[in-house]
Design a protein around this ligand. Structure first.
Ligand SMILES: [Zn+2]
Length: 298
């Protein structure tokens, strides 16, 4: 473990780090990474943008599952990995955070200027008039439209989707946009089959191009949406370090790959570079590791 901390602390200590995080960083917050080694395999295909926009039954299925799954996501809290990234950011070592996660946990952990590549699950947009509302408001409306809706939840996926019996789905009632009256509501996240808005991608490329180091945390880099930033960094000769449990599709471009649980490794690295508890001033919810604490065994 000490060697692992040293190996990661070395490159990060130079600063200018841009973080690219994925589902693996949120598993320790109780949100499973269905692509990761410990994640339960997804039992149904993820909703595509095409199915969602064209098929009312598909939308009903999505909202029924998401209505239940949202409670679990809304209850989730940042873990020590998110908090360690915040500490490194406050210490001036991390310049930017790009996340593929839609759970908002980097920001909840105090991270600033986080670019949420695939959007946020707690925001809702009307596909017809573009009106944006909060998921909390939609949640209230969906509960009113579905009194007593109860179903057994087997598993929640990183996008807030759960597995539900067909009978429960069939009796779920969706609601439309209150602003234009008839518009279809969609969580403001990027679905499979949908592209990330171009200005957001451009902003991420600019961050990566200005970085001294691209640090990938908990992403298998399966989809090009995130992998393209690793490719861009590699092309420009910017070092890439990947911390993930299991191999990733970016390993060939990395100067260093580390296979370790992020919620344990990152706090140890932050302790090494920032000092235990330092960087957490005025951040009451951080459980700072006491100075002199024994190294975490991985
Ligand atoms: Zn509308």
């Amino acid at each position: 473990m000490t060697e692992t901390i040293d190996a990661l602390a070395g490159p990060v200590s130079g600063g200018g780090v841009v973080v690219l995080s994925g589902a693996g960083l949120s598993t320790e917050s109780g949100i499973p990474d269905y692509r990761g080694p410990s994640g339960a395999a997804r039992r149904h295909t993820p909703m595509t943008y095409q199915a969602f926009t064209r098929d009312a039954d598909a939308r009903r299925r999505y909202w029924a599952r998401s209505h239940v799954g949202w409670r679990l996501i809304a209850r989730s809290e940042p873990n020590d990995g998110h908090r360690a990234v915040t500490r490194l950011q406050r210490a001036g070592l991390v310049d930017g955070i790009i996340t593929q996660n839609v759970d908002g946990l980097h920001t909840a952990a105090g991270g600033t200027g986080v670019v949420e590549l695939h959007g946020r699950l707690d925001e809702v947009v009307c596909l017809d008039c573009g009106n944006a509302t909060s998921r909390e408001e939609l949640d209230r409306r969906l509960r009113e439209a579905n009194p007593g809706f109860e179903a057994h939840v087997d598993a929640v996926n990183p996008d807030g989707d759960v597995d539900l019996p067909d009978a429960a789905v069939a009796r779920f009632r969706t609601v439309d946009c209150t602003f234009c009256g008839t518009g279809v509501l969609k969580p403001d996240v990027v679905f499979f089959g949908e592209t990330v808005p171009a200005p957001r991608v451009a902003r991420c490329f600019a961050m990566v191009e200005a970085a001294r180091l691209l640090l990938v945390l908990g992403s298998s880099l399966t989809v090009m949406s995130g992998r393209r930033f690793v490719l861009r960094a590699a092309k420009l000769g910017i070092p890439v370090v990947i911390v993930n449990q299991g191999p990733t599709r970016g390993d060939a471009y990395a100067q260093l790959t580390v296979d370790a649980p992020l919620g344990r490794l990152l706090p140890a690295v932050a302790d090494r570079l920032v000092g235990a508890g330092a960087g957490a001033a005025g951040f009451g919810e951080v459980g700072a590791v006491p100075a002199g604490a024994a190294p975490v065994a991985l």
